[in-house]
Design a protein around this ligand. Structure first.
Ligand SMILES: CC(C)(COP(=O)(O)OP(=O)(O)OC[C@H]1O[C@@H](n2cnc3c(N)ncnc32)[C@H](O)[C@@H]1OP(=O)(O)O)[C@@H](O)C(=O)NCCC(=O)NCCS
Length: 149
C-alpha cells in the first residue's frame, strides 16, 4: 500500500469512491470540493497497485485540525488501511505542532468510533440530531498533550 498526498489528477477517482461510500444523507463531497481540498487541505490517499483504496481528508483552519472524512473501498476493508491513513495524518499534524485533532461521528457508526478510540480519540460531547436523518453525533478529540510517552 502507498500513501500519498492527493493531486488534482486524483479527483475523478476520489469522486467515484465517495459515491460508493456515502449516500446523499451523509453529505458526499462533490468533484469541485475534492479539487479544492487537493489544493488547500490535508488530503491523503491510500493506493494498492495504483488503485485508490481509501482517503482521509483533514480541514485545517488556523490552529484547528478537523477530520472531515475517511473512507475505504469495501473490497479493501479490514486490512488496516484506515488505521494507516489516520496515523499518518495524525503524525503530520503533531509534527506541525497542532495541539488537538477533532471530529464528529454518527453515534451509530460503531466501526468508525472503534477506529478513532483505538487511535487515541475520546468522546467529549454529543450533538443532538446533527445529521440530516436526525442521527446524533459524538464530538471526539485527540489531544497531543495527553499522549503517553
Ligand atoms: C470506517 C472505515 C474507514 C474503516 O476502514 P478499514 O480500512 O476497513 O479499517 P481498518 O482495517 O484500518 O481497521 C481499523 C479499526 O477500525 C475498526 N474496525 C474495522 N472494521 C471493523 C468491523 N468490521 N467491526 C468493528 N470494528 C471494525 C477496528 O477498531 C479496527 O481496529 P483493529 O483492526 O485493531 O480491530 C470503513 O469501514 C469505511 O470506509 N466505512 C464507510 C465510511 C465511513 O463510515 N467513514 C467514517 C465516517 S466519515
Amino acid at each position: 500500500m502507498k500513501i500519498s498526498k492527493a493531486k488534482t489528477s486524483d479527483v475523478s477517482a476520489l469522486y467515484n469512491l465517495e459515491r460508493e461510500l456515502f449516500n446523499s444523507k451523509n453529505y458526499p463531497l462533490s468533484k469541485a470540493s475534492f479539487y479544492y481540498h487537493a489544493k488547500n487541505s490535508l488530503l491523503l490517499l491510500a493506493k494498492v497497485d495504483d488503485v485508490l483504496a481509501g482517503y482521509i481528508l483533514i480541514l485545517i483552519k488556523r490552529k484547528d485540525a478537523k477530520l472531515y472524512s475517511i473512507g475505504v473501498k469495501e473490497s479493501f476493508r479490514g486490512r488496516g488501511i484506515s488505521k494507516v491513513l489516520l496515523q499518518k495524518a495524525s503524525k503530520h499534524l503533531e509534527i506541525l505542532e497542532f495541539k488537538k485533532f477533532i471530529l464528529e461521528v454518527r453515534v451509530d457508526n460503531i466501526v468508525a468510533i472503534s477506529l478513532y478510540e483505538k487511535n487515541g480519540f475520546k468522546i467529549v460531547k454529543s450533538l443532538k440530531a446533527f445529521y440530516k436523518d436526525d442521527c446524533d453525533a459524538y464530538v471526539m478529540e485527540l489531544n497531543y498533550g495527553d499522549k503517553e510517552l
